[in-house]
Each structure stands twice: as structure tokens, then as C-alpha cells.
Design a binder for this molecule. Structure first.
Ligand SMILES: Cc1cc2nc3c(=O)[nH]c(=O)nc-3n(C[C@H](O)[C@H](O)[C@H](O)COP(=O)(O)OP(=O)(O)OC[C@H]3O[C@@H](n4cnc5c(N)ncnc54)[C@H](O)[C@@H]3O)c2cc1C
Length: 473
């Protein structure tokens, strides 16, 4: 009977919280849901960063552009909530990616022959990159990366294995584009664990590439576990995912309820949100960002650890033009800029080249990302003017946009700095002593939508196991 079901409170109605709530209600083994889920969301609508705006035939993403189809948890969830027919693969042209280097767009070579011909790197830098095959592996990393003293930044790893030119030209813009952050701060083991694994297992990246190719040839279709996959979204945009999750949830989703405190009582957990106390709940899934959880987490040391997880700001500027007003062919995914270029733009996504259904016929849609916190306070006209100037330089666009959209994310994406895994290990130890409280979301074990959806399965399973044990740790 519903009255006897233990209550589970999920804090944060972003994709991580909604997916965890959905998995709690829909166990993979087909068992009946034995809990009552209540989602507390601070904003007036749920969905978090997954929001799609529609205007006059343009479909503009507020946050994520898409996800790689290589994570089974995402595709399985999408199909289970009825989004199978709505899945949208990016166009083949979107495989081409560009860097804005030394004042012009240059394509990132995707084959050895193109790499040799490319003017991205000097002959010396190319030799250094090719020499990666002879660089010995650093054996003290790997699983020991949980220890602060052996953690390594993405830049240090790149410079060690492929040379400084590669780290500055390729890894710096890639990390800026993914996290809005700094590759000289980001932990390789926390943000790109697969790279650590490849070095440890195969002795280096080229060695790994060769071994994995050989493996694929011997066993076609075998999973390599590499970061491959096709960029995918939904015909209606990324907001389809939270909308379908919301439609499928049986529990309550309370919007406009920012959680301000959590307390453990003898009857269970209580949640205070928007000045009212709710509960008791048998378990709490905290899927709000770490900077929010840092305010109300019941354990003082955990609050300090959570507050230390850095978040970078992002301003997303969408612009629509008539196709004829844009001289550049825009035949690719988009471009990134290394910080050495001095551009305010982290990169530009060529949305209407990547996807169908993003712009009406005869028009194009571009989205630029800026990571400078000062831009959060600039007015719209000022932002549009400066971006227009950059677009003239890069794409030769001289006309004003037909329309523009500006989305300001004060705390956009977590940056997993060196020491992140050690921080997580400490948080896990505190959680082990705080029965019934679980953490998930993009602050911890992966910043992408795929990571959130994979972790949602892990956490829902852990909560169910906890409830089955009668609520004992
Ligand atoms: C501009 C941008 C582009 C991105 N591009 C990509 C991409 O292309 N691909 C990709 O995979 N990922 C991308 N990401 C990352 C992606 O958005 C995240 O992985 C994902 O949205 C994180 O989901 P979440 O539920 O953990 O967090 P969020 O989406 O931040 O949701 C957290 C929710 O918690 C709520 N909340 C906060 N405080 C409280 C409180 N006190 N009480 C109750 N609720 C609270 C918030 O209102 C929010 O709804 C991008 C992010 C941004 C910002």
C-alpha cells in the first residue's frame, strides 16, 4: 500500500535527479517500485541545464548540444521513456572539427596522412607528437590517482606524452570547450579516466590505438571502450529528455522549492524547502550541484569539500543569420580557440550544420560560448556587438543577426581540478557514516549528460539496496 512505502527525496530536478527518480520507480529487473519519490527543484521548472528555446523555426539549446551514443544507459533510458523515435543523429559533416589558430580556421586532422599535411603544427611539433610511441608510461598513476600526489593535469599529461605544442594547441581548447576551464588545472584521472587507463594498459596512446584497431579487426563489433560514438540529440532538442522523464514519473515533482536544510531524525530524514519542512524520508538523493549542496549538507567537513568543487561560468550566445549572409561554408561541427589566441570566445558550435531541425530553410544558427565571468554582467547589446566583431573576423559575417539569444550560466560546469578523486574519496567516507544520504549529478563522477545518466542507475540501485536492508547502511 502506498502509505507503507518508504519515501525517497530527490534534491534537484536536473537530468541527474529526474533520471535517478525514474530509475527508482522503474527498476531494471522489472521489480515493483517499493518507494515513493518526491523531487525538490529550486527553479520554477525542472530540467536543469537541458532547456531548448523555440522561436520562428529556430531551436536553440540553452545548455548541452547532445551526447555520444556510446553510453548504453542514455540510449536505454531514452527508449524506455518513449524517445526512441525522437533520437536524432548528428549529420556526417559534423565529424569535421576546426581550431581557430594563428588568425584563421584550420581543420583538425583525423587521419595520419592529413596530420602530416596539416599546418596546425610545426615539423618539430609533428615529430614530437609522433614520438609519443616511444615515451615510457608513468606507472605511478592509474588507480593510485586517487592520491593527490600522483594526480596529473591534462596539460601535464599531454606535454609529457605528446609535447607542449600539442598540449597548448589541442588540449587547451578541448578542455576550455568541454568545461569552460583550464587544462593546467583539470585532473586527467577525474575528467578523462580513459586516457589514464590507456597509458597504463597499453603503455601509451598510439600503442593503445594500434592494439584497439587490431582487436577490432579480429573481433568486428567488439566494444573497445574508447571515447567513440556518434553525437546524438532529439528532434525536439535536448529538453525532450527531462520532459519525457517528468511525464513518466509517478512521484511528486515540487518546483520552486530550493532545499535549505537536511536533518536526520529518529523517524528518518527531513527536508526544509522554501520555508517548509517535508518528511520523514527513508533516503535522500542529493542531485543538486555541489555548490548548492555545500550550503545544506548536514556534515561540516562535507560542506567544505563540496564548496571546494570549482564551477566555471559560461555565457552562451545564439545567433541566426540568412544563409546568404554567411560567406563561410560552415561544413563541420564547429570551432574551438586555444587560450593563446586571446579571443573571448571559447568556441562556436555550428548548430544548424550539426543537426536537422535547428533552423528554417535558408537560415543558419550558430552558438558561441564565452567563459569570462565579466560577461555575466554585460548588457545584451554589448555582448552581441563584441560577438559580431569576432564573427566578422572568423567567418566573414558582416550583417547583424536576424535574432539572437543570450543565456548566462553563472555556475555552468564543474571543473574537476587535480585532487578531485581524493576529494570524492573523502566525501564517500563521510557518506558511509551518513546512512540514507546519496550524492549524484555532474559535480562528481563525470560532467556530461551520459555520465549523469550512468550514475543515476548506480545511485538508484544503491538506494534500493539500502531500503531493502531496512534502511541500514
Ligand atoms: C552551456 C552548457 C553546455 C553543455 N554542453 C554539454 C554537451 O554538449 N554535452 C553534455 O553531455 N553535457 C553538456 N553540458 C553539461 C550538462 O549540462 C550536464 O551534464 C547536465 O545538465 C548536468 O545535470 P545535473 O542534473 O547534474 O545538473 P543541473 O542540470 O545543473 O541540474 C541541477 C538542478 O538542481 C537544482 N537545484 C540547485 N540547487 C537546489 C536546491 N538547493 N534545492 C533544490 N534544487 C536545486 C537546479 O535548479 C537544477 O535544476 C553542458 C552544460 C552547459 C552549462
Amino acid at each position: 500500500m502506498p502509505e507503507q512505502q518508504p519515501g525517497v527525496a530527490v534534491i534537484g530536478g536536473g537530468v541527474a535527479g529526474l533520471a535517478t527518480a525514474w530509475h527508482l520507480e522503474n527498476p531494471a529487473d522489472g521489480a515493483r517500485c517499493n518507494c515513493r519519490v518526491t523531487v525538490f527543484e529550486a527553479a520554477s521548472t525542472a530540467g536543469g541545464n537541458l532547456r531548448t528555446e523555440e522561436a520562428e523555426g529556430f531551436r536553440v539549446e540553452w545548455g548541452p548540444n547532445g551526447f555520444l551514443d556510446s553510453e548504453p544507459a542514455t540510449l536505454e533510458l531514452a527508449r524506455a521513456i518513449g524517445l526512441g523515435p525522437d533520437l536524432l543523429r548528428s549529420r556526417d559533416t559534423a565529424r569535421r572539427r576546426f581550431l581557430y589558430v594563428r588568425g584563421r580556421l584550420r581543420e583538425i586532422p583525423d587521419t595520419p596522412a592529413r596530420f602530416v599535411k596539416s599546418d596546425l603544427f610545426s615539423p618539430g611539433a609533428k615529430l614530437r607528437i609522433a614520438g609519443e610511441i616511444a615515451v615510457p608510461a608513468r606507472r605511478d598513476l592509474g588507480l593510485a590517482a586517487e592520491r593527490l600526489e600522483t594526480d596529473e593535469t591534462v596539460w601535464a599529461f599531454g606535454a609529457r606524452r605528446l609535447g607542449r605544442a600539442f598540449a597548448d594547441t589541442m588540449l587547451d581548447p578541448m578542455v576550455r570547450g568541454i568545461t569552460g576551464g583550464e587544462c593546467r588545472r583539470v585532473s586527467l584521472a577525474a575528467a578523462f579516466p580513459r586516457m589514464v587507463e590507456l597509458e597504463q594498459r597499453y603503455g601509451g596512446l598510439f600503442r593503445a590505438l594500434i592494439a584497439l584497431r587490431r582487436h577490432r579487426r579480429r573481433q568486428p563489433g567488439a566494444a573497445t571502450g574508447g571515447p567513440t560514438g556518434v553525437l546524438t540529440s532529439f528532434t525536439g532538442g535536448m529538453s525532450r529528455l527531462p520532459h519525457a522523464l517528468l511525464a513518466g514519473l509517478r512521484g511528486e515533482v515540487l518546483t520552486g522549492r530550493p532545499v535549505s536544510s537536511l536533518a536526520s531524525t529518529t523517524a528518518g530524514w527531513t527536508v526544509t524547502a522554501a520555508g517548509r519542512r517535508y518528511g520523514p524520508f527513508a533516503a535522500i538523493v542529493d542531485a543538486a550541484p555541489a555548490h548548492a549542496a555545500a550550503v545544506y549538507h548536514p556534515h561540516a567537513d562535507a560542506r567544505t569539500l563540496l564548496a571546494g568543487i570549482r564551477y566555471n561560468p559560461l555565457v552562451v550566445i545564439g545567433g541566426a543569420w540568412r544563409r546568404d549572409d554567411v560567406p563561410h561554408p560552415l561544413d563541420g561541427f564547429g570551432m574551438l580557440t586555444p587560450s593563446s589566441e586571446g579571443s573571448p570566445l571559447l568556441g562556436v558550435l555550428w548548430d544548424s550544420s550539426i543537426w536537422d531541425h535547428r533552423a528554417p530553410a535558408g537560415a543558419i544558427l550558430l552558438r558561441a560560448m564565452v567563459g569570462d565571468p565579466a560577461w555575466l554582467d554585460r548588457d545584451d547589446a554589448d555582448i552581441v556587438n563584441q560577438v559580431a566583431g569576432e564573427f566578422e573576423k572568423i567567418f566573414g559575417i558582416v550583417r547583424k543577426p536576424l535574432q539572437y539569444w543570450i543565456f548566462r550560466h553563472k555556475m555552468a560546469i564543474a571543473e574537476y581540478e587535480v585532487g578531485h578523486l581524493a576529494r570524492l574519496a573523502r566525501l564517500d567516507r563521510i557518506l558511509a557514516e551518513t546512512p540514507g544520504l546519496f550524492l549524484t549529478g555532474s559535480s562528481y563522477r563525470g560532467i556530461a549528460v551520459n555520465h549523469c545518466l550512468k550514475d543515476a542507475v548506480r545511485v538508484a540501485d544503491a538506494v534500493r539496496a539500502y531500503l531493502e536492508r531496512g534502511g541500514n547502511a
